[in-house]
Design a protein around this ligand. Sequence first.
Ligand SMILES: [Zn+2]
Length: 413
Amino acid sequence: MRCRFCDNNLTHEFIDLVNAPPSNAFLTEKQLNEPEIFYPLKLFVCHNCFLVQIDEYKDSKEIFNQDYAYFSSFSTSWLDHARKYVDMITDRLRLDSKSHVMEIASNDGYLLQYFKEKQIPCLGIEPSANTAQAAREKGIETLEEFFGVNLAQRLAQAGRKADLIIGNNVLAHVPDVNDFVSGLKVALKDGGVLTMEFPHLMRLIEENQFDTIYHEHFSYLSFHTVRRILVEHGLILFDVEEISTHGGSLRIYARHDEDESKSVTPNVADLLEKEVARGMLKLDYYLDFQQKADKVKYALLSFLLEQKKQGNKVVAYGAAAKGNTLLNYCGVKKDLIEFVVDASPYKQGKYLPGSHIPVVSEEAIRKYEPDYVLILPWNIKEEIMAQLDYICAWEGKFVVALPLAEGGLRSML
Ligand SMILES: [Zn+2]
């Protein structure tokens, strides 16, 4: 296997989560009686560019199919994050009705809707059919395609280069990172700006967020590695912010190499130094991650078995991808967690891939009165705890398995 970015031979394993079904492959009742496909879930680290990456086991077109269940607009905190970003960037770049904004992986228009409100022309690019349709219903022009050099050239020829290109949580999902970033260079206007957000590999490793690993997620990125990839394609990072989304992400700002109108802020050198100080340019930093993940696995299993012995009722909240990685790696099934609640009507009535735990609506919590609610999307735990605060009426408690700071399972309330 060779590095997706630098083509170096990959010999160092980062983590092996063994076998798992694709995390968004929710099952219908009928499908429970059919065979289920599991794929290897093993990551390597490149000892040349330190890109942490998965072997491509399956065509990405197969994963992002019609049934792709994730709709961004179901999370209110994510919507709030998007709105704040749009206000900030509109102001910073002085965007107006003559500007052109492009978002790659625009999902259901959760972000572009705020540009539309400001009457700033925008275009969404979203390969998943049902989310693209939801965006169009909001009046947002959306191309149902994968982004790369080919699409970028067609857009450029049609005079549709962008003043601002946004790519949130997409860089990690791209199988061919070089084709994708080359496309960004082609689609960006001469004085244009690219902003991208992605989970920071430093936070993943240091907070043991192994549940953010799944098949759809090809690459895991440090600031150093992203910078190297962009430079290779004629793009320069001129600013960066550390933000709290998805357990700790980076928001990078890039421009054309040739564009000297935007100077590089001190944030760039500061973060590069921070990563060096943590050891991210040394292989050792990446090599004990498996043991850290196993600690979480054993802690979660001990907790669930203990509750079972004591006759306590445990349910979960949030049928997100990360929950599926956690439950499948830990081997948790319906006997240990009765059901999982999710706000999305697309998931309700279905079953989690692998564990086959049923997905139900929130009503079930009020009826069942569980002793513990295990919050799977821990990155939005505050939002969930506020929403379910009524469980204190029967002395219900919240629990998260991750991120694990000091070892052991943390419970709240
Ligand atoms: Zn490499």
